[in-house]
Design a protein around this ligand. Structure first.
Ligand SMILES: *Cc1c(COP(=O)(O)O)cnc(C)c1O
Length: 264
């Protein structure tokens, strides 16, 4: 009884809820964030070639009101790193936000991630077949989630992602994602995090990004795809776009430095 009443209320929400009922920033904070965002967007636009590059605003550990500042300006793609924080924000904020999960993906969290976030646009950190299977199962009946395979292009011990010395594992995951059994996930692209050394080095070419571009060529050819590339953050997004990135994930250059992530 109660549940059905709640449900009918929530279906009314899009028509009755005005934008002012969401947590709003101060006018000062809003203009600061819009200015930062526009400055990054101008650099993205100036760096891109014929392929349009998406700018994902990484809002982890930032308040919902910061997200609304950019939402009010028309921004819809936001990136988050922590499952519980993402679920809370997705429930609190407008339903037409396109959320990107870009944090480390734990097997035990795949179910919550797949099930509880209606407006989840992409999971960019898939690094194992079993996680794909769990996400796919959890998502049954919901809008498909776009998936990026995270690749550990720098082979750093502490970093997540598929290893380039084990292509079979990547092929196995791609084959599953393209199979009929996998009806709730859509393989959209590949993702990497450039190593600190490559991102801050003097070289014009970032070797991590070059490796991801090379893997894209291999997979495109083998499976007849045209995979997108999510690479580039505050420090290295211009280089990444020069090397073929189609989606950059920028946090601190838009929102400012983050508080230490206690509790995560
Ligand atoms: C935090 C984070 C970003 C944003 O990093 P900035 O350096 O703040 O731009 C991008 N990608 C991933 C995977 C992240 O965890």
């Amino acid at each position: 009884m109660l549940r059905s009443r709640l449900r009918s209320l929530s279906t009314l929400k899009p028509f009755t809820r005005s934008v002012m009922s969401f947590p709003q920033p101060t006018a000062e904070r809003q203009s600061e964030l819009i200015e930062n965002y526009e400055a990054i967007l101008a650099q993205v636009n100036a760096s891109q070639g014929s392929k349009q590059v998406r700018l994902v605003a990484v809002s982890k550990l930032k308040p919902a009101s910061d997200i609304m500042a950019l939402y009010n300006h028309g921004v819809r793609h936001f990136g988050e790193n922590y499952v519980q924080e993402l679920i809370a924000k997705s429930q609190e904020l407008p339903k037409d936000i396109k959320w990107h999960f870009i944090g480390s993906l734990q097997t035990g969290k795949c179910k919550d991630l797949g099930k509880d976030i209606e407006s989840l646009y992409a999971v960019e950190t898939v690094d194992a077949l079993k996680k794909c299977k769990k996400l796919n199962t959890a998502r049954q009946g919901g809008a498909p989630i776009n998936v990026y395979l995270q690749v550990n292009t720098s082979s750093e011990e502490q970093k997540a992602g598929y290893r380039l010395d084990n292509l079979e594992e990547i092929y196995e995951t791609v084959a599953f994602l393209l199979s009929e059994e996998c009806s709730s996930l859509n393989l959209e692209g590949l993702m990497t995090i450039g190593s600190f050394a490559e991102s801050t080095g003097e070289g014009e070419i970032n070797r991590d990004f070059a490796q991801l571009t090379e893997l894209k060529a291999t997979l495109d050819k083998k499976y007849g795809l045209d995979l997108l590339l999510s690479m580039g953050m505050s420090n290295d997004f211009v280089t990444a776009i020069g090397q073929g990135s189609t989606s950059v994930r920028v946090g601190s250059s838009i929102f400012g430095s983050r508080p230490p992530n206690n509790g995560h």
